[in-house]
Design a binder for this molecule. Sequence first.
Ligand code: C2E
Ligand code: CA
Ligand code: CA
Ligand code: CA
Length: 273
Amino acid sequence: AKEQGRAQVCFFEPGMHDQAQERLSLAQDLQSAVAGSALQIYAQPQVDGTGQLVGAELLLRWHDERRGAVPPERFIAAAEESGLISRMGSQVLHQACATLALLARRGRQLGVSVNVSPRQFRQADFVQQVRAALQGSGAPAQQLTLEVTEGLLLENWQATAERMHELVALGVRLSIDDFGTGYSSLAYLKKLPLYELKIDRSFVQDVPQDDNDAAIVRAIVAVAHHLRLHVVAEGVETQAQADFLRQHGCDALQGYLYARPLPLAQWLQSLES
Ligand code: C2E
Ligand code: CA
Ligand code: CA
Ligand code: CA
């Protein structure tokens, strides 16, 4: 195969060929990872303004034998392109529901958030999938938050809004992830049945020193609270950031300051002690 690869390189722009080949092989390896057990689910805790644990966001990890740890930014994009994302997302959704059911049995009132990619959200049977995952597990729906990105709102606005209403009717909460980084308008905020805005890490990174970022964070919190939305800040790494965010009314915080993402089973175990 290597011999053949070299021969082909003569006919194409080498860089482009390697890139296309690599994308294809990444997608193939990912396919076996999804079928097998090479994909893992991690959890990153969230705390409220007083530092109390309120829940966790689930994040996918892929450790490939040959490639090592592949960053989610890379494999999520590949999965989105190949359509595999729907199966992966469904696995995470089921784990989230199983986790919520377990927590409820233990009498713990904690939330679990999952990332829903645009392609997964737009699947014809997505609402049905969420309903089935909730019913099959007995998870309390109001503890499940689905994080979507602003990109979803740029196309098929009407269909997206309708679907959001169907999801909220199941009892789940909707969050806009990476808020402020997309190109959507603020007008949609009052038209959609949202529960939460998640302030992107890029705005959190340089507060409190950076005046512009500080102003953006204050503005996001003000708009959110005006609309009675919950606000979470992600990527909180320092005490100074946390102090600023808390002072300005962020309801929940998530970041390395509190905990790095850890294997879901490990997080659940840590709650027992
Ligand atoms: P995201 O949803 O914005 O997730 C937050 C990312 O920030 C995670 O990266 C997390 O590990 C990282 N992070 C958390 N706290 C800190 C911090 O204090 N400092 C810094 N520098 N980073 C922090 P991760 O796990 O690499 O995930 C990257 C992206 O991949 C996610 O961004 C999300 O868009 C996507 N992703 C991950 N899991 C899934 C999934 O199950 N489904 C979908 N559709 N996308 C996923
Ligand atoms: Ca997220
Ligand atoms: Ca985010
Ligand atoms: Ca992000």
